[in-house]
Unconditional design. Structure first.
Length: 483
């Protein structure tokens, strides 16, 4: 069997869209699964302007996610160069070959002429399609214009009758009437190829066997096939991927901050969780397994299990998965990862915070790191809270019972010299035992009085310890004054 060669061909925009990352992932998985090659090609010919550092964003993202490419701009390979703009001189001869074969033609129409014809067509209620005007020029007329240096583009000569079909791995057999195909531009006035042309030439020259890309290319593919056929080249397998959506109606968007890989990393998602989840948006393993390392994905990936309905990117599901990945981090790694978020939450605070202890309390309850500041901000400053919080049916507590409970705790805590969790625990528990009250009847109001929150990482003793004696006493007394 022929070696499988897949490619990821991003345009360097400066950002890695999650949909793009998933395309890269599926290409990578399929190549690795089949012992083939995964190729990175940078498609920069259609770009209006150069974006500084944009290719580095692509390299860094793929590498940090564990998708090393076998051939590409920085690693080389036998089919280079792998940056389209470095290949710019090789496309024109292929376009000229098509002109020779009658599969393409020079077009000298100016933008103004085209605009006029487009406006006229629209006035008639028609969709404008290039009218093959220049295809009817004589050989002499064409040569004259070329000699005179009249600017031109080269267009494909698409059939206007009949229909074109192809088999897609995900969507099955697709048929398009040929009158929907336009005479697309292959070479632009500046001599550069369009994406529509370059992708065919490059995929062929690079020996790509499987073209996996977004479904926005579904309807252009018959035109690409016409080019393959005109050259007499073998057509690759097509694997069109459905769009990654936020919900049934909406795409991921820059405005919502959910479109780019970097958005998620900045928010504190783990790349392993993101990759794991992305793999499942549009593909399923055929059983109910959900957790996969990259190697496990390589093992089970199957293009026949790609879905043909849109992939819904469910943020809640991702959060759940992220939490599981975080919980499984070695504690030292978790501490290192959560530290900048603590720094952010406690910036400028005049008390010391025991990060290690706080991290122990949060490790199993962190969904996404950017939620950490909100989870710990009560340690920085006592939040205003509703006295209703003292109410707890099970503990039989309320604002009315809180006063007595706090009165029990205040002198005990006041008397502690060595402010550690064990000492606090033992002293308070001894006092509760002596009082004959139930633990919860005292500990619930105590925790509310010093945290102001219904739920907190850690209980009353941990919180008191983290706050330090001075702050604990300050909070307790203020809360006591209130009930
Ligand atoms: N440069 C194209 C894009 O970023 C690539 C499409 C393809 O994979 O052929 O959408």
């Amino acid at each position: 069997m022929k070696e499988v060669r897949t490619r990821f061909a991003p345009s360097p925009t400066g950002f890695m869209h999650l949909g793009g990352l998933r395309t890269a992932l599926y290409n990578y998985l399929y190549a690795k699964k089949n012992g083939g090659k995964f190729i990175l090609r940078i498609e920069d010919t259609d770009q209006e302007r150069f974006v500084e550092g944009a290719t580095e964003v692509i390299y860094d993202t793929l590498r940090s996610c564990g998708m090393e490419w076998d051939e590409g701009p920085d690693v080389g390979g036998a089919y280079g160069p792998y940056v389209q703009s470095d290949r710019k001189d090789l496309y024109l001869p292929y376009a000229k070959e098509l002109v020779e074969k009658g599969a393409a033609y020079y077009c000298f129409c100016t933008k103004e002429e085209l605009d006029e014809r487009r406006a006229a067509a629209e006035a008639r209620g028609e969709v404008f399609k290039y009218d093959k005007h220049c295809m009817h020029l004589s050989k002499e007329e064409i040569q004259q214009k070329l000699d005179a240096g009249v600017p031109y583009v080269i267009r494909m000569n698409a059939p206007t009758e009949g229909e074109s079909s192809y088999e897609d791995v995900v969507f099955g057999k697709l048929t398009f009437p040929n009158d929907t195909l336009d005479d697309m531009v292959l070479i632009k006035q500046d001599g550069m190829p369009t994406y529509n042309f370059a992708n065919v030439i490059d995929d062929h020259l690079m020996g790509i066997t499987h073209v996996m890309r977004g479904m926005e290319y579904l309807s252009s593919t018959p035109k690409y096939n016409l080019l393959y056929n005109a050259f007499g080249w073998e057509i690759p397998e097509y694997v069109h991927l459905t769009t990654v959506m936020r919900d049934a109606q909406h795409k991921l968007s820059k405005r919502h901050g959910d479109a780019y890989y970097s958005d998620f990393i900045e928010k504190g998602y783990l790349k392993e969780a993101l990759i794991n989840y992305l793999a499942l948006v549009g593909w399923n393993p055929g059983d109910d397994r959900e957790f996969f390392t990259m190697d496990e994905l390589v093992d089970v990936f199957d293009i026949h299990r790609l879905n043909n309905s849109p992939g819904i990117f469910d943020m809640q599901k991702l959060n759940w998965m992220n939490a599981r990945y975080i919980a499984q981090m070695p504690f030292e790694d978790y501490l290192a990862a959560v530290t900048p978020w603590f720094d952010k939450a406690f910036e400028g605070m005049d008390r010391k915070m025991d990060y290690k202890r706080l991290a122990e309390l949060l490790h199993s309850r962190t969904e996404v790191f950017n939620q950490v500041p909100d989870m710990v901000d009560f340690l920085r400053e006592m939040p205003a809270f509703d006295k209703e919080l003292y109410f707890n049916k099970k503990m039989k507590t309320s604002a009315e019972t809180a006063g007595a409970a706090l009165d029990l705790c205040i002198p005990v805590l006041e008397g502690i010299e060595d402010w550690s969790e064990t000492v606090i625990h033992d002293a308070v528990m001894a006092k509760i035992a002596e009082s004959g009250l139930k633990n919860g009847a005292v500990l619930w109001p105590l925790r509310i009085a010093i945290s102001g929150k219904q739920s907190t990482p850690g209980g009353a003793f941990e919180i008191a310890y983290l706050l330090g004696k001075e702050e604990t006493m300050k909070r307790l007394k203020a809360s006591r004054a209130d009930v």
